[in-house]
Design a binder for this molecule. Structure first.
Ligand code: SF4
Ligand code: SF4
Length: 105
């Protein structure tokens, strides 16, 4: 593969940003984001009502982290270590089984 004509610029920006940005702000090493608990800076948190859930998986598909996995009965489970509280899951849920509430901890 040909070397990028912007290689020097890319290296300079990466060096600059890796020195200035806080841990978790950018993933400089592929796969390294697993050590950054991205749930630590959220303001809102999803509150899940299992009785309303139809197991359509939309929240699971749309969660950008992903911070939702499915249990043995295919109900969503929220991984609060990584949930950023973006609210996409609540927005996509067609039966309002997820509502966003203010984080209290
Ligand atoms: S609030 Fe955002 S990050 Fe958290 S589970 Fe829902 S979609 Fe994922
Ligand atoms: S989007 Fe709503 S109904 Fe669908 S799986 Fe998620 S919580 Fe359940």
């Amino acid at each position: 593969m040909a070397e990028s004509p912007f290689k020097a610029d890319i290296e300079r920006v990466e060096k600059e940003y890796s020195e200035k940005m806080t841990v978790g702000a950018t993933a400089m090493i592929p796969g390294s984001s697993v050590i950054n608990k991205t749930g630590s800076w959220r303001v809102f948190i999803p509150d899940f009502n299992r009785d309303k859930c139809t197991r359509c998986f939309l929240c699971y598909i749309y969660c950008p982290e992903p911070a939702i996995y499915l249990d043995e009965e295919a109900y969503p489970v929220f991984d609060y270590d990584y949930c950023k509280g973006c609210g996409i899951c609540a927005n996509e849920c067609p039966v309002n089984a997820i509502i966003m509430v203010r984080e209290t901890k």
